[in-house]
Structure formats: structure tokens, C-alpha cells
Design a protein around this ligand. Sequence first.
Ligand SMILES: *Cc1c(COP(=O)(O)O)cnc(C)c1O
Length: 247
Amino acid sequence: MSELAERRAELAANLALVRTRIELACGQAGRDPHEVSLIVVTKYFPASDVRLLLDLGVHHYGENRDQEAGPKCAELRADAPAAPAVSSAPELTMHFIGQLQTNKAGSVARYADVVHTVDRPRLVSALDRGAQAAGRRLRALVQVDLEPERDPNRGGARPEDALTIAEAVDTAAHLELGGVMAVAPLGADPDEAFAALARVARGIQVRFPSASWVSAGMSGDLEAAVRHGATHLRVGTAILGSRPHLR
Ligand SMILES: *Cc1c(COP(=O)(O)O)cnc(C)c1O
């Protein structure tokens, strides 16, 4: 078997396992698996893996660093023969899931379809300007920090500030409010964390009913996320394997 065929078989097997986990979790939670989208987090892995995943039926991929995501995305979009200049390849949706510095917002706005990590008003305006300059509309999720103790170096808005950020996104002409996103705090009970996220999501949905996305759950805690209403799971390691430590 060629290296590429081997990698394809490995990804296919891992993907099948993760899909089974999602189906089981949905079954236990009384949810329809079609309500839950899988975003495969391909950070540190090459565009060739994203191509294999696309071939295996994955339509959403996630990246967390502009300097890696930009070139990878350009490479993938160059694949589509004579892709129309404006519409991004519809079969592949690019999710930006990393901490985003305001000065990188213009770059990310050129290629991301969804930005999961909107956590402060200045980033809202920077992304809005970037999307306008690129002639695009971006879907934006409000990232909520679920750690009990505030650390300004960590991303995410305080739960009590999430609605204010959502309002800012809703007002931005080139952004569309999608919902909320969070990472469960390390060492904490993910069920508690995702229950708290669900409360924030409901508070925002009272005001903005179409902001229905809840991006939560990774390789280790996707079942808990499904139990608490996640609509988008961000799974890396369980599908691609351990990330290389260098780079
Ligand atoms: C890397 C990353 C993931 C994927 O984590 P795994 O444990 O590899 O599944 C999910 N969400 C965010 C924000 C990440 O940075």
C-alpha cells in the first residue's frame, strides 16, 4: 500500500470510530446525529490530510494559527479547478478556532468561513473591517471562558459579557452571529463546563434565536458536549493522531 493509501485507511478507521462515538452519544442523549457537525481539527497536519478527509466525506476543518491556516487554505482552494473568485469552495468550510490577535483579523477574514474565537469588541470591529475589505461575510461565534478564575492570557469572554459581544457581532454589517464556543477547562468536569456553556447559549438565543450553534467538545470530551447540546464538535487527535511536537 502506498503511503497515501495507508494514511487514508488510518484516517478512515479513526473517522469511523469518532462517528460511532457521536452516534452513541446522540442515542444516549436522545438527539438526532444530524444535529451534530464534526469539524476535524487539522492544525499541524498537511493539506494532503485535509484532501483525504474531504474524500472521506468531511466538510468542515479547523485551524488555530493564521500563519499555518492561511497558506494551507490557499493550497486547498487552488485545488478546485476554476473556482469562482468570490464563493469559497462550498464543499469545504474553514473554521478558525485559535486565539486571534486583532492585527491578524484582516488576514483571517480573507479565508475563514467561521471564526469561533470572538471574545472582545475590538476583535469584532477588526473582523468586520477585514470581511468588508475582502468582500466576504463571516460567521462568528462568541468564545466563552469557562474557567472560574480570570486569566487575561487565555481566550474567551466572561460568561456575563457574552451577550454584549453577541450584540456587537449582530450589529456588525459583515458578520453573522452563529452562537457560542468554549473549551472545557483542563482538569474540570466537562459536564459542568458544558452545562454552563448551554446556559450562556440559551441566554443569547432568547435575544438572537438564529444564533443556534454551540461549538464544544474535543477528542476527550465530545460525549459530554453532545449531552449538553453541542451542535459542532472540534476533534483533532482522535482522527489525525498525536500532533507533532516540533514547529
Ligand atoms: C486543538 C484544538 C481542538 C482539538 O483538540 P483534540 O484534543 O486534538 O481533539 C479543539 N478545539 C480547539 C480550540 C483546539 O485548539
